[in-house]
Ligand binder design. Structure first.
Ligand code: HEM
Length: 132
């Protein structure tokens, strides 16, 4: 049997704010299903998830599509969450899977790479700030 390419399931790259919103919504839907990470998020974000999503749309829009509309300082907000390598590994696993399941292309690759590098940078700063 000859298989023709099926455009129905072909993945596209992350290209628009709509894609960023889909990525963020899908990622946090999986995070909420994750028994290791969800308690940390829920403890901080109960009743505030919508605000968190709106911030994260702007954050990833800035990082990935280079549209500067996030001006916060996200690292210190993570200092008192009691999170370590294991949490960041799980975070990155879900982030990478969410991208691979839904997107393909240059920006999708950049999203995975930035998740990895920023995760490491956050962790290094958290360790430094909490070891004093
Ligand atoms: C296991 C790892 C992580 C956990 C448990 C975590 C958890 C959280 C939580 C609970 C908040 C909301 C804080 C609040 O509003 O009170 C938050 C905010 C945020 N997180 Fe994370 N996070 C993690 C990793 C990351 C990584 C790797 C990035 C970036 C690549 C990131 C980017 C942000 C940003 C941009 C905000 C919004 C900060 C602001 O208010 O301006 N997080 N995070």
């Amino acid at each position: 049997m000859k298989f023709e390419p099926n455009t129905w399931y072909m993945k596209n790259d992350i290209a628009t704010l709509k894609d960023i919103k889909f990525l963020v919504d899908t990622f946090y839907a999986s995070v909420q299903q994750d028994t290791f990470l969800s308690p940390i998020f829920n403890a901080r974000l109960s009743g505030r998830w919508e605000m968190h999503h709106r911030k994260l749309y702007r954050f990833w829009h800035t990082v990935l599509l280079l549209r500067p509309d996030y001006f916060g300082n996200p690292v210190p907000i993570h200092f008192d969450m009691n999170i370590d390598e294991r949490h960041f590994d799980e975070w990155l696993k879900i982030w990478t899977e969410t991208i691979d399941d839904n997107f393909e292309g240059l920006i999708a690759e950049r999203a995975k790479l930035r998740g990895k590098t920023m995760g490491s940078a956050f962790l290094a700063k958290i360790k430094k700030a909490t070891s004093k």
